[in-house]
Design a protein around this ligand. Sequence first.
Ligand code: BEZ
Ligand code: FE
Length: 300
Amino acid sequence: MDDLSPETVTDAALAQMATTRDPRLREVMASLVRHLHDFARDVKLTPDEWLAAIGFLTRVGQACTPTRQEFILLSDVLGLSALVNLVHDAEAPELGTTSSMLGPFYREDAPEVPLGGSIVADPDGKEMLLYGRVTDTKGNGVPGALVQVWQTNAEGWYDLQVAGGAATDMRGNIRCDADGCYHLRTVRPIGYSIPLDGPVGELVRRQDRHGCRPAHIHFLIGAPGFRELVTALYLSDDPHIDSDTVFGVSRTLVVSPVENDPAAPVRGIPSIRYDFRLARESGPGSNRVGADPKQILAVS
Ligand code: BEZ
Ligand code: FE
């Protein structure tokens, strides 16, 4: 047996893992070990740094609860969630609307809102209209597509962050009409800070990053036979539009409310028109880069 060196330990680990029967697990773990070892050699990782990283990851795990997923937040601030979305979009057989991460504030049980209804319990003066069409990649409307929408209120809070999530507000599920058209009323959201009171926040502060997301509205759109689309629209005039802490913004998702749009189905309030394109379903698996933290605890 030869003594291991910083170079040969990688091949030794790969050789031992080569017995893995599941081919995808074998491929993923081999690549992970190669990159992890390259990283440790590259930065000359010290034992103290290794232990600090173990301590950090332990605190990330301890911060996870049925309502909080600190590991997803870590993935978000490292740009990994955005990367997984970008790879997923690039591998679609057709080009649909760009994805953006689900985020921690999605709820399965949002109320049904009729076409043209409001997702806001108590709208203030800054009402806005969202309207457009859900189409396939050839531009044909998708009749009856379900558009799930959620956002912050005008103070930058999701309903889940107010009074322990006691009331449902600023979210709703709208069914498109027979041409795939939707419209709904809301208020202008504002940008907000991601949760910074845990170990991920500690890291973001040590990196002197602002920790903010630009103002946005989340969408999860689905219809039978189509890939589920998880995305968001971002308001162009937000000061953090070019420096989203979780890298969710793409140019094609940036919008500006328009005053007096003659095509808007409701007049008198600013409107945003956005047409969403759904790609055809191409196999099993979800397009959600994110999940209800309760479900993650249940499967682990
Ligand atoms: C959000 O947009 O809701 C979000 C996404 C990632 C991290 C924190 C918040
Ligand atoms: Fe959000």
